[in-house]
Design a protein around this ligand. Structure first.
Ligand SMILES: O=P(O)(O)OC[C@H]1O[C@](O)(CO)[C@@H](O)[C@@H]1O
Length: 551
């Protein structure tokens, strides 16, 4: 599918470069003053989401050129290839089919002779049956008690999706069960999570696509020791451990009965898996019906991405804007600022989705790119961030495009809190775009020496995304929106957004270094001089602690 013309040589790219030189001669104040209809025109809607992109450093001409670039990069053909189940993850030679995870039961998609939609719904049905039995108290632990605590053990995509979704949908969750999420191999994570739990009432979900991840297996082994220690029998594992994985062999090797395993497939990337069986904790928390609502939300945006004209296609517009700033303005980051406390882990979730996907430096054909790819995504919920890092957004030297996410209705209405919250969304977007001029500051009687400090340059870009109210369906829509935004960016950059080879080397090196840290006798070291010195110093610190802790 990829054509051979290098990205920077494409006509639209070159025109965008020329056009960029014009855009920086104007500013948002002028653009709005000259065009009263801008705020109503530069916006798009889909599946209950409203995207205002009028406060971006763009004109109609910019959008026309960006959309032309998408065409020249065959975005629609790439998209259709994904939906058809072609092996677009070239470096791993796999299809990319998270969109099949939310296709309705009465549809089908055949890949390599198998109807994957049927497979998906078989697993969803098993998950639903299990979730119902846990929620109803029918599923009993080894000593005959129902489950009161669910602990998901996983990392990366096997943790960030479940924890983000649990937090986002807490309002809809079954409060009789406590949920904990353990990811870090730092023992504090597990110890703190289990500290106040009773083994008799605790169910572990070991979530790992590969079932080979060091952190997850280490935590799962320690959790099993804790359980067996607490209940006094290895037999307890069968009623207290279930697994979510693509690797039945390793699940069995670990000692979990594969009858208690929920599968998925290698065509689901870890960071695209929260709506697969990896979402088992989410399903137990909110129930199968609400989980299906979340899937329907994902599907709403899949259909929009697949069928809407690019000019009105929300994820496409967002992806192209990210490219505009990354490659033509040299912006390094994108802030995501949800004004909804329940979405407080959404930026952390997006970090993996965006950066593990588009943190790539070679094209699909293996050539080194000569343009910037994936920006750094980061963020915090508003209004908290306003009292922390927004200063830099408003008056710092860097250009940082941001996405504000707001809602029409609060889940926990209280007085005028929600109107105040939303007023802050609009005010921040306004302040970033239009700032405060020197004349305005002087007119307020500001002492001349303070004037430069109080001027707000404005001309800082933002999107405002609005939805009715956070719900499972809306969460699905939001996540799918960013998934396809990431897809759009990757398709234009011509990179593989679905592999993650960059995380492998560190894993291999850690397993080489670990024996030197655990060895009883001073090891002979053959690493670089810095690593050798660090290992020596660590061993000294460890020994000095052991001596102090001695009898
Ligand atoms: O689900 P697994 O196989 O344990 O992998 C966990 C995470 O590790 C990664 O491979 C990166 O280290 C992610 O892509 C993945 O989500």
């Amino acid at each position: 599918m990829p054509t051979t013309t290098p990205l920077r040589e494409r006509p639209a790219w070159q025109e965008l470069q020329r056009h960029h030189a014009e855009i920086v001669q104007t500013d948002l104040r002028t653009l709005f003053a000259d065009d009263p209809g801008r705020g109503e025109r530069l916006r798009a809607r889909a599946a209950g989401l409203y995207l205002d992109y009028s406060k971006h450093l763009v004109t109609d001409e910019t959008m026309r050129l960006l959309l032309r670039l998408a065409g020249e990069c065959h975005l629609e053909e790439h998209r259709d290839a994904m939906f058809r189940g072609e092996r677009i993850n070239v470096s791993e030679d796999r299809p990319v089919l998270h969109v099949a995870l939310r296709m309705p039961r009465d549809t089908s998609l055949t890949v390599d002779g198998v109807d994957v939609v049927r497979q998906v719904h078989e697993v969803l049905d098993r998950m639903a049956e299990f979730a119902r039995s846990v929620r109803s108290g029918e599923w009993l632990g080894h000593t005959g008690k129902p489950v009161r605590n669910v602990v998901n053990i996983g990392i990366g995509g096997s943790d960030l999706g479940p924890v983000m979704a649990y937090e986002a949908l807490r309002h809809y969750s079954w409060r009789d069960i406590a949920f904990r999420f353990v990811s870090n191999v730092d023992s504090t994570d597990l110890v703190e999570a289990l500290g106040d739990l009773s083994a008799e009432e605790t169910l572990f979900i070991v979530s790992s696509k590969t079932f080979g991840t060091l952190e997850t297996l280490t935590n799962a082994r320690s959790a099993r020791d804790w359980l067996v220690g607490g209940l006094g029998s290895e037999d307890a594992v069968a009623r207290h451990f279930v697994a979510v994985s693509t690797n039945a062999e390793r699940v069995a090797e670990f000692g979990i009965d594969t009858a208690n395993m929920f599968g998925f497939w290698d065509w689901v990337g870890g960071r695209y898996s929260m709506d697969s069986a990896i979402g088992l904790s989410t399903m137990i928390a909110i129930g199968p019906e609400q989980f299906h609502q979340m899937l329907a939300g994902f599907h709403d945006i899949d259909e929009h991405f697949r069928t809407a004209p690019l000019t009105e296609n929300l994820p496409v517009l967002m992806g192209l804007l990210a490219i505009w700033y990354a490659d033509f303005f040299g912006a390094q980051t994108v802030g995501v600022l949800p004004y909804e406390q329940y979405l407080h882990r959404f930026p952390a979730y997006l970090q993996q989705l965006t950066m593990e996907s588009n943190g790539k430096r070679v094209t699909l054909g293996g050539d080194r790119v000569d343009y910037d790819t994936g920006p750094v995504y980061w963020g915090e919920p508003g209004t908290n961030g306003q009292h922390s890092f927004y200063q830099l957004l408003h008056q710092g030297t860097r250009l940082i495009p941001v996405d504000f996410i707001g809602f029409g209705r609060a889940l926990n209405p209280l007085g005028d809190h929600h109107d105040l919250l939303t007023a802050n969304v609009f005010a921040q977007a306004q302040a970033l775009a239009f700032g405060r001029t020197e004349e305005d500051v002087r007119a307020e009687g500001t002492p001349p020496e303070v004037v430069p400090h109080r001027v707000m340059p404005g001309n800082r870009p933002s999107s405002v995304l609005l939805a009715e109210q956070l719900s499972p369906r809306v969460l699905g829509r939001l996540v799918a929106l960013y998934e396809h935004n990431v897809f759009t960016q990757g398709a234009v950059w011509g990179i593989d957004s679905f592999d993650q080879w960059g995380v492998e080397l560190g894993k291999v090196l850690a397993t080489r270094i670990a024996p030197a840290l655990t060895a009883a006798d001073e090891p002979s070291l053959e690493h670089d001089s810095s690593t050798n010195a660090l290992i020596h110093h660590y061993r000294t610190l460890k020994d000095s602690g052991q001596q102090r802790e001695g009898p």
